[in-house]
Design a protein around this ligand. Structure first.
Ligand SMILES: Nc1ncnc2c1ncn2[C@@H]1O[C@H](COP(=O)(O)OP(=O)(O)O)[C@@H](O)[C@H]1O
Ligand SMILES: [Mg+2]
Length: 359
């Protein structure tokens, strides 16, 4: 899929910008603070409904403005979609082909963006919810009932926790346990299946980007002891849950990690290796998306040259040159390595929130 036209209004320091993107590589160049990351942030928002920088939503809106707007013309297989997202007074509103959609999920399902940025090492070294988000974002695109199952799970968990906190009666617990087990077991199975499908691609990418660490294995923890079913875990731990007033086991506690022969624990990875491991996972996710959904997600690479040395940049471009994805890339200087074979390549200059095409 490709964005052919991107219009931004009042996203951070970007006033009104109209950017015609090419199908291949789109390079955004400019000084620090020019607005390059903000362009990627806007594109990411269309696909995730949030920024990749952990920020208050309101700080995305340009100082002194009431709202922000992002509009993209997206070519996907043979269809062209007009996607619009705006935020005003604490609310998102989304449009697909001009019509307002009831839920943000309808917009998010129309576009897929995978982004590698200076904070991506958090996928490896950060909290487990980063890693759950990573898997669940893919499930959202792949599993038709994901939204419904995830909603049922969240609701049951919330209600069960409310009952545990109230401490007055445990009468309703059985009903919520049953619902948690039904939806949670499905979530767990999907996650397991997804991670198993992800591993072969991740192994290949790790060979390319991190050969010194050896072949990785992927360890999935579903959020309760392996020897128990979810139902057993809930009933065995009910007393403890009551004491602690929250549900201590379940898919909301799931996690996964990559382990390498030369770095069995994530504490063994250098910051640079954490970044490369995150990149391996993200590119693996893009590849699997292509396999499962039939088209490539849009790849955003923020500040690649300051994240990776020249050799690793070259390896990434080697991989990119063999695939069909649209790439949006930022840097303070034009790329030192020329991606080959040459696909369409546009360069934009970003300065004080203005974006201008150079090449
Ligand atoms: N809500 C906002 N309104 C106006 N400017 C903002 C807002 N949030 C951040 N900025 C500014 O926008 C600029 C662009 O940031 P960013 O896109 O990260 O730049 P770059 O990636 O080019 O270094 C920065 O100078 C930042 O201070
Ligand atoms: Mg930046």
């Amino acid at each position: 899929m490709e964005i052919t036209e991107l219009r931004l209004g009042n996203v951070r320091n970007l006033a009104q910008s109209e950017i015609g993107l090419v199908v291949g590589l789109n390079e955004f160049v400019g000084a620090n603070g020019a607005g390059k990351t903000s362009v990627l942030e806007a594109v990411f928002m269309l696909s995730h409904g949030r920024s990749f920088r952990a920020v208050r939503r309101e700080s995305l809106i340009r100082f002194g403005c009431e709202s922000l707007e992002v509009f993209a013309l997206v070519q996907r297989n043979s269809s062209l979609r007009r996607l619009g997202l705006s935020r005003r007074k604490g609310d998102w509103s989304a449009r697909v082909d001009g019509a307002e959609v009831v839920s943000l999920a309808q917009l998010l399902s129309e576009i897929a963006v995978v982004c590698f940025e200076p904070g991506s090492h958090e996928l490896i070294s950060g909290a487990a919810d980063e890693r759950r988000h990573f898997v669940d974002w893919a499930l959202f695109h792949v599993e038709r009932d994901y939204v419904e199952i995830a909603r049922r799970f969240r609701r049951a968990l919330k209600q069960r926790n409310a009952l545990l906190r109230s401490g007055v009666s445990t009468e309703g617990l059985d009903a919520w346990d049953a619902e948690l087990v039904r939806s949670g077991t499905v979530l767990d199975e999907w996650r397991q299946k997804y991670l198993a499908a992800l591993l072969p691609g991740v192994e290949e990418l790790a060979k390319r980007l991190l050969p010194e660490l050896g072949v990785p294995t992927l360890k999935y923890q579903r959020g309760w002891p392996v020897e128990l079913t979810f139902e057993e875990a809930l009933s065995q731990r009910r007393e403890r849950d009551l004491e602690r007033a929250h549900t201590g086991s379940g898919p909301h506690r799931a996690d996964w990690r990559l382990s390498f022969p030369a770095a069995p624990e994530r504490e063994h990875l250098s910051r640079g290796q954490e970044k490369l491991t995150a990149l391996v996972c993200l590119l693996g996710q893009a590849e699997l998306f292509h396999k499962q959904c039939g088209d490539w997600p849009i790849l955003c690479l923020d500040d690649l040259a300051s994240e990776l040395d020249l050799d690793h940049q070259q390896r990434v471009f080697g991989w990119l040159s063999a695939i069909d994805a649209q790439v949006l890339l930022t840097g303070t200087a034009p790329l030192a390595v020329t991606p080959s074979p040459l696909r369409q390549h546009a360069r934009f200059h970003v300065e004080q929130g203005r974006v201008e095409r150079l090449l």
